[in-house]
Design a protein around this ligand. Sequence first.
Ligand SMILES: [Zn+2]
Length: 241
Amino acid sequence: MLEPERYKRQILIEGWGQKTQDMLRSSTVFIAGAGGLGCPVALNLTTAGIGNVRICDTDVVDVSNLNRQFLHPEKNIGVEKTASATQYLSSLNSAVQFTPLTELITEDNVADLVADADVILDCLDNFEARYALNKCAIEKGIPLIHGAVWGMEGRVTVFNPPGGPCLSCIFPVASSTQETIPVLGAVTCATGSMQAMEAIACLRGFKPSLQGKMLVMDYSAMHFQTLEISRNAECEICSHL
Ligand SMILES: [Zn+2]
């Protein structure tokens, strides 16, 4: 497929051009989670023409995922989410190189899973794996784009110390997570799309707008606010930077 034609409409965006498109094609992203946030993140980055997409999840598709995890069709219930997601994503953009990783993210394997990614997208729902990603991002000097949802609220920030805080500066201890959180597909889709936009900003070589800031979106009132977030000088993870 002719690339300039395929990406014509985004190449028209001011300051984009073929050069930006080439940068995206030579980029690698690591998407942690193929669920509510991971689906819109992967969809947006795949169709934008990111060259290499590494996507990691251990779950299989469950019927209760289908209200929001739109890369997974009904027929894939019981199928590994990474396989299900990459099957669909490949049909959208066959030029993208997908690496499905069906592994639990731990401190021991995270560096290998992330490999040479230029950006990490945190689309997870548990803090243990998030802390492992945070440490790895700092060690490799990779921006970590954090997303979270709860009910009608979504949050996005970019951790990229020393330019702003890391995950542990803001959440030094894991916040308790309810087993089954309320969540709506439109909320995860909007929030994941914000994460994808910040990833693209990083890959274009721009400072992401949400570095050092937390975007808090209350979709029930369409009230969006951007809060300043600061580094913790005592942070055990990033204060050496
Ligand atoms: Zn920190």
